[in-house]
Design a protein around this ligand. Structure first.
Ligand code: SF4
Length: 297
């Protein structure tokens, strides 16, 4: 029998992938706390990555949802980088929960800007728009700053309910695609012009996080320089979905996986140059682990 031939892949890990600083800070704080205590309740998953979650769960982190939080009393609650609406803080106070607040500073600033903008906008009968995914934790936190009085825009058709003859302000979820945001702003300007509304009353705030937006041009180059791309991200990760599409736009041979055992040798040809990269919630150690497995093929 002929010995199985090795694929001899050339494998590079993208040095600019790995956790963003908001996630690094949140994980560090959770780990610091768990060094001294046995239990920490995290409201939602700290990262959308099951491998990293299992590692933290072994240290004592338990992920709970908002419903379970209502019944949690006299404990310590971890708020992740996505941030939370004010109602979460009121419930925590009522239930005597001590909060470790790891809302990313970028999200915190965005929440404040939304609150301030809403004050002037509502006095003039205007509409606050948030470009984001309905039901996403960060978006819930943003909409909560204005008691839900904002229109979440996921797609162009969501603009149909907006009155374009009144003032409009738009903010973006931090992990959205910058080119989609630009297209949305152009569409809004067109609709304002059509409705005869003044363009000076349109306030566009591109609040996409630079840690995400700077990855788009970089990943385009990285994906184009490799014959195959392995993109590593949790299935729930919002920026993972967006960044994967960016890679795919320049390289059709892109595969999105969550862990090493999803790799299929059928994706590769002999000597392929493989690039391994990931989302802002994908740990660098996981990218290295996956690269090591690819080098063995
Ligand atoms: S992507 Fe940006 S906003 Fe989101 S957690 Fe990371 S640093 Fe903060």
């Amino acid at each position: 029998m002929e010995p199985e031939r090795k694929l001899n892949l050339i494998v590079d890990v993208d040095s600019k992938s790995g956790f963003c600083y908001g996630v690094v800070k949140a994980i560090r704080q959770a780990e610091n706390y768990l060094e001294k205590s046995e239990k920490l309740y995290s409201l939602g998953a700290i990262v959308h990555n099951n491998t990293e979650l299992s590692r933290l769960s072994e240290k004592g982190m338990e992920v709970i949802d908002h419903k379970s939080m209502e019944n949690l009393k006299d404990s310590v609650l971890f708020i992740r980088a996505h941030g939370e609406p004010p109602s979460t803080y009121s419930t925590a106070e009522q239930n005597n929960l001590k909060i470790i607040d790891c809302t990313c500073p970028v999200v915190l600033k965005l929440q404040q800007r939304i609150k301030e903008s809403y004050k002037t906008l509502s006095e003039r009968g205007g509409t606050l728009l948030i470009f984001g995914n309905r039901g996403h934790a960060e978006v819930n936190g943003l909409v909560g700053q204005v008691n839900g009085d904002a229109v979440v825009i996921e797609k162009m058709a969501d603009l149909d309910v907006v009155n374009f003859s009144k003032p409009i302000a738009i903010f973006s979820q931090t992990t959205k695609d910058p080119s989609e945001y630009s297209a949305l702003v152009s569409e809004i300007k067109m609709r304002i012009a059509k409705a005869g509304g003044p363009l000076e009353d349109f306030n566009s705030n591109n609040t996409i996080c630079r840690q995400v937006s700077s990855r788009h041009p970089h990943l385009k180059l990285f994906a184009a320089e490799h014959t195959v791309v392995i993109f590593v991200s949790g299935k729930e990760s919002s920026n993972g979905k967006v960044l994967f599409e960016t890679c795919k736009s320049v390289n059709e041979r892109c595969h999105k996986i969550e862990k090493a055992d999803e790799i299929s040798s059928e994706w590769f040809s002999f000597g392929d140059k493989v690039g391994v990269c990931g989302a802002t919630s994908t740990p660098m150690w996981l990218l290295e682990e996956i690269a090591a497995k690819l080098r063995q093929l």
